[in-house]
Design a protein around this ligand. Structure first.
Ligand code: AMP
Length: 431
């Protein structure tokens, strides 16, 4: 379906023409008309499907047709990166409109907080926020939520995984009861349904080919021993010699170690993980976008919510903890119909994890031969490995608390400067 058939406000259509969006993606085709009708929706759509435009375009359309002042929509997102990305998308779509927005997220030395406070006090059309920071502002008593008609939860499953349930409910307690609530989630576990029951009114369900990576991604996997991993990665990087590569690791420690090793071997690589503050992460991404570096080694912090197009190859240094994360990681390549490659290194004790990924995909991923010079490699026998693991003694996971903390610390890391301006000139004139 073409966007012109959806009848969005002409100034929004003008913006879409300018950025070259002609045909609506499936989630857009289903969601936009329902949202324009005022329905609550619960949509399972993974990143890369165009879900951001699916909620932003109709919400902007509603704002342009309403005569209201003040904040009209609030988008809650799990990470500052995603909040910034949504805000940037909105800036693009709203270029020919007067719809204004502000991204409100953790970090900062007080100056940005004051800027956010002033903007929120004045009111802007769309607030895009991470939960913790928004609660701090709401608690200050200067945010008038009476004019809010739409609440959007983006990557709701991720937010619940990060322990934001109570924060979301707290934010909702400030919002008008009469409102439209749009819930987007990559996965639909029971807890998402329960959340929907609590905060939505007879939502329409949209289910877009859940958890299947685009067919344009060439997937492969290598069965290896732990001590063969970094050597193989270097070999793949050398052989393929690609411009944009992201390597995902499951922990900060392995991310840092691998990045160090690649740099030592003179690869043009850098790292992204939660020990870097937002400005540092932004700088790495900027270097990557401008091709000053070709390789990013990252934790899952990068697997969702970062909008980098044209990634040539994704390598999973570790098998992701969660099958859904696999889809998110490899979804970083082949965005918007480009072609991409995704390879996973599987050590014996992670074979059963990889098998559940294949179950979720409904297909097997091709197992590739490791070059002979690496010596003997383990057979891929996940069923056998599963039997062994039953006999392995369960040890308490010492890192668990740390891991939780690192997932939740988005408001704790100071970041001194924020260069981005939150307001377009039209926004300043408008209010
Ligand atoms: P998202 O799933 O919202 O992160 O979008 C994934 C990517 O697809 C982004 O780079 C969007 O700019 C792009 N995109 C979204 N919708 C369309 C569309 N209808 N036509 C072309 N590109 C799109």
């Amino acid at each position: 379906m073409k966007f012109t058939e959806i009848n969005l406000h002409e100034n929004i259509q003008e913006g879409l023409d300018a950025i070259g969006f002609e045909k609506a993606s499936p989630v857009q085709e289903f969601a936009i008309p329902l949202i324009l009708e005022g329905k609550d929706i619960i949509a399972s759509a993974q990143t890369g499907t165009g879900k951001t435009a699916a909620f932003l375009l109709p919400v902007m359309d509603k704002i342009m047709r309403s005569k209201r002042d003040g904040i009209q929509a609030i988008v809650i997102a799990p990470t500052r990166e995603l909040a910034i990305q949504i805000d940037q998308n909105l800036e693009g779509f709203s270029y020919f409109t007067e719809v204004g927005s502000i991204a409100v997220y953790g970090g900062g030395d007080g100056k940005p907080f004051t800027q956010e406070k002033n903007a929120l006090t004045r009111g802007t059309d769309v607030v895009i926020c991470t939960p913790g920071r928004m609660i701090s502002h709401l608690a200050g008593g200067y945010v008038n939520c009476d004019s809010i008609t739409t609440l959007i939860l983006d990557e709701a499953d991720r937010m619940l995984d990060m322990g934001f349930f109570a924060d979301i409910m707290k934010i909702i307690s400030y919002l008008p009861k009469e409102r439209q609530t749009l819930l987007f989630s990559a996965t639909m576990p029971v807890k998402i349904r329960q959340l929907a029951n609590q905060i939505q009114n007879k939502p329409e369900t949209i289910n877009i080919a859940v958890s299947k990576p685009p067919e344009s991604i060439r997937q492969g996997a290598y069965s290896v021993y732990n001590n063969q991993k970094s050597g193989l990665i270097k070999q793949i990087l050398k052989e393929k010699n690609l411009q944009t590569v992201v390597i995902f690791c499951s922990s900060k420690i392995s991310t840092k170690e691998l990045a160090r090793e690649l740099k030592r071997a003179k690869f043009s690589a850098d790292e992204i993980h939660s020990d870097l503050d937002q400005l540092q992460r932004k700088e790495v991404l900027q270097k990557f976008r401008s091709r000053k570096i070709n390789i990013i080694v990252a934790t899952d912090i990068l697997s969702r919510g970062i909008d980098i197009d044209n990634i040539d190859m994704v390598i999973n240094y570790d098998v992701p903890h969660d099958a859904e994360d696999y889809v998110h990681r490899i979804g970083r390549t082949a965005r918007a119909a480009a072609k991409g490659e995704a390879y996973t290194l599987i050590i014996p004790k992670e074979q059963h994890k990889f098998q559940s990924i294949e179950d979720l995909l409904g297909t097997t991923v091709e197992k590739l031969d490791v070059p002979e010079e690496f010596g003997e490699t383990p057979k891929y026998e996940p069923d056998k490995q599963k039997k062994f693991s039953k006999f392995r003694k369960k040890r308490p996971d010492k890192n668990r608390n740390n891991r939780r903390k690192s997932g939740n610390n988005q408001n704790k890391k100071p970041s001194n400067q924020r260069k981005r301006k939150h307001f377009k000139p039209s926004e300043k004139n408008k209010k």
